[in-house]
Design a protein around this ligand. Structure first.
Ligand SMILES: O=C(O)CCC(=O)C(=O)O
Length: 265
């Protein structure tokens, strides 16, 4: 899948792109089966809500480790995912920084406070913000079920100061309250990124985003494929985060079969 010049200009301007209904219901059914299987695994790669449900399942794109998954490994190599990522990063030599399935369970799935992904990734040692994330909705996503909110154009603010938010099961570098209020009062209104299962979203690592609690009766499953240019691989410090959140596999990812993830099931 090749982005048009117009889409590339839109990504540069707004910091994100939405691809409604990009994956068919039959394709999403395959991926959902995998999430159900992976949710029973107990390992470091599976982060839980403070109440016990699965918050995030990391490292589903490799062929080793407890959360390995042949369908998700094939998904990150599909042209529908990898080609747009290569285009916005301006490099055919890209790799997966991490994969994460945010399960946001019905009723107990908690918020993600306002942040820029590069708040964390700069601290991991990635020299520049030439990084992006590709999200696929694995079920219908509404405001009620805790959709993502994005502030259009906020990547142009550059990297903002952050503080470590420890209020949920996953520690996250987030924007301090006073700064965030100032940004919200001076920015276009946040966009609620809702859509049918199979909708995809690609966003820049400096775009400000957050999401609400899942108050609905259904889990809200999303996969996030975060990508980096090989030339921007992190210069790791003395106590780097583990491999499942900061991949050490920085071989360029090949583009493979667009239907590979269905065949791999
Ligand atoms: O899954 C969500 O609702 C938000 C996830 C997010 O913001 C992130 O992983 O950076």
């Amino acid at each position: 899948m090749e982005l048009t010049a117009e889409q590339r200009a839109q990504f540069d301007r707004d910091g994100y792109l939405i691809f409604p209904d990009l994956f068919a219901p039959s394709e999403i059914a395959v991926l959902r089966q995998e999430v159900a299987r992976l949710s029973d695994i107990h390992a470091d790669e599976v982060v839980r809500e403070l109440t016990g449900g699965v918050k995030s399942l990391f490292r589903v794109h490799e062929d080793d480790g407890p959360t390995r998954s042949a369908p998700f490994r094939a998904l990150v190599r599909s042209p529908r995912v990898l080609r747009p990522v290569q285009q916005v990063l301006g490099s055919d030599e890209t790799y997966v920084y991490h994969t994460k399935i945010n399960a946001k369970p019905a009723i107990e799935g908690t918020i993600w406070m306002w942040h820029q992904d590069y708040n964390s990734w700069s601290k991991d040692g990635c020299p520049t913000s030439n990084m992006a994330t590709y999200n696929v909705m694995l079920n219908d996503t509404t405001e009620f079920s805790g959709c993502l909110y994005i502030i259009p154009g906020s990547h142009k603010l550059g990297l903002l100061e952050s503080v470590l938010d420890t209020s949920t099961g996953y520690k996250l570098w987030s924007i301090p309250k006073a700064k965030m209020i100032e940004v919200l009062r001076n920015s276009p209104p946040p966009v609620a990124v809702t859509g049918k299962a199979g909708t995809a979203v690609l966003f820049h690592c400096n775009v400000l985003h957050a999401s609400g609690h899942n108050l609905s009766g259904e889990d809200r499953w999303h996969i996030y494929v975060s990508c980096n240019a090989v030339a921007n691989k992190p210069i790791l410090g003395p106590n780097p985060r583990p491999d499942w959140v900061v991949s050490r596999n920085w071989h360029p990812l090949p583009i493979e079969d667009d239907a590979g993830f269905v065949k791999a099931a």
